[in-house]
Design a binder for this molecule. Structure first.
Ligand code: GLU
Length: 310
C-alpha cells in the first residue's frame, strides 16, 4: 500500500504508538554515560517527514533527546562533502558485526576502523573534521541546525561533559588509532569534538527533518540546497543500511528494510528514498545498544505501509 495523504501517515503512526504502548517494557537506558542514566526510560515519540513537507507525529515529538551515534551520519556527511571517498583509506565501509566500541576488532585490523558509524570510525571522522574545518564544533552545529530547519538545536553540554569525563573506552580507541598513525590531532581535542557531536539534542521532529536530505538524493527539500552529490548520498545510505545498527545491522535490514542509524540515547532515524524520513525515540535499549521500541515501531511502519527499499 502506498500512502499519499498526511492523514494516512497520521493514522499509521497513531496505530503504531498504540501497539507499542501496550507492550511490556523491556530494555534499559544507557547507563555508562551518567547523564543518560538519568533519562526517564518510558518516553516515546515518532515522526514522519515527507518530501512534500508534511509532518506527522505521535507521542512527545517535540521533546529533545541526546542523538548520540546518530550524529555520526551528519559528521560523515560533512567529511564526504569535502573529500568524497578519500576518507576510505582511513576507515572502511564494511559492517562491523561487533559492539559499537570494540577495541578487539580495531586491534585485529591494525587501527583501521571497519566503518564511520562505529565509535573508532567516528573518532577518525572527528579527526578529519578538525583538519577540514576551522571551527568544526560550530560548523557541525550550524550544519545540523540547517538540516533540521531549527536554529534552536544545540549541544547538551551536561551530556557532553558527562561523556567526556567518563570516556575511557573511547580514549583507549583514540590512543590505539594514534599508535597506528590513524589519528593526527591531539586525542583530547578529537574526543572533545566527538563527545559534543554525540551530545547534540534534537526532538524527534527535528531529527526526522535533519535526515530528509538523504531521502532526496542529497538535497535539502525545503531550501533546495545540495549537501551531497547523488552518488555520495547513495553511498551514505548504503553505509547506514549495512552499518547503522552495529552488530544488529543485519537484523535491522531484515526486519525493517531501510537505511537508518541508531544512538544510545534511544533515537533511530531512517529514510525511504524519494518518499520520506522517519524518526522514533524510546530510551530503553536492547543488548546491542539499539532502542527496543524504536526497532519495533519501524518494523511495524514498513510492514503496515509497504514502504521499505525492498
Ligand atoms: N557517545 C556514545 C559513545 O561513544 C555513542 C554510542 C552510540 O550512540 O551508539 O559511546
Amino acid at each position: 500500500m502506498r500512502l499519499q495523504k498526511r492523514s494516512d501517515y497520521d493514522a499509521v503512526l497513531k496505530e503504531i504508538a498504540g501497539r507499542v504502548g501496550r507492550l511490556a517494557p523491556t530494555g534499559a537506558v544507557a547507563d555508562y554515560i551518567p547523564a543518560l542514566a538519568r533519562v526517564n526510560p518510558d518516553q516515546y515519540a515518532v515522526c514522519v517527514q515527507t518530501l512534500e513537507g508534511g509532518t506527522c507525529t505521535a507521542g512527545a515529538a517535540d521533546t529533545r533527546f541526546s542523538i548520540q551515534s546518530i550524529s555520526k551520519v551528519f559528521a560523515t556527511a560533512m567529511v564526504i562533502a569535502k573529500k568524497d571517498i578519500l576518507l576510505w583509506s582511513r576507515v572502511g565501509v564494511e559492517p562491523s558485526g561487533n559492539a559499537f566500541n570494540s577495541l578487539v576488532q580495531l586491534e585485529y585490523e591494525h587501527g583501521i576502523p571497519r566503518n564511520p558509524l562505529i565509535n573508532a570510525g567516528a573518532i577518525v571522522v572527528s579527526d578529519e573534521l578538525l583538519e577540514l574545518y576551522e571551527d568544526p564544533k560550530k560548523t557541525l552545529l550550524h550544519f545540523v541546525r540547517e538540516l533540521a530547519g531549527d536554529e534552536s538545536v544545540d549541544y547538551d553540554t551536561e551530556v557532553a561533559d558527562s561523556e567526556y569525563a567518563t570516556a575511557s573506552t573511547n580514549r583507549a580507541l583514540a590512543y590505539y588509532l594514534k599508535s597506528h598513525g590513524n589519528l593526527r590531532n591531539d586525542v583530547e581535542a578529537v574526543l572533545d569534538l566527538y563527545c559534543h557531536q554525540c551530545a547534540l539534542a534534537l526532538s524527534t521532529k527535528a531529527l526526522a527533518r535533519a535526515l530528509l536530505f538523504q531521502a532526496n538524493d542529497g538535497i535539502i527539500p525545503s531550501s533546495r540546497r545540495r549537501i551531497l552529490t547523488e552518488d555520495q548520498s547513495k553511498r551514505l545510505n548504503s553505509i547506514m543500511l549495512t552499518c547503522g545498527f552495529y552488530d544488529q545491522a543485519g537484523e535491522f535490514a531484515y526486519q525493517v528494510g531501510l537505511p537508518g542509524k541508531s544512538g544510545v540515547g534511544g533515537g533511530i532515524v531512517a529514510v525511504v528514498p524519494d518518499v520520506l524520513s522517519i524518526a522514533v525515540w524510546s530510551p530503553r535499549l536492547n543488548e546491542h545498544g539499539n532502542s527496543v521500541l524504536g526497532i519495533e515501531s519501524l518494523q511495524q511502519f514498513t510492514s503496515l505501509t509497504g514502504l521499505a527499499i525492498f
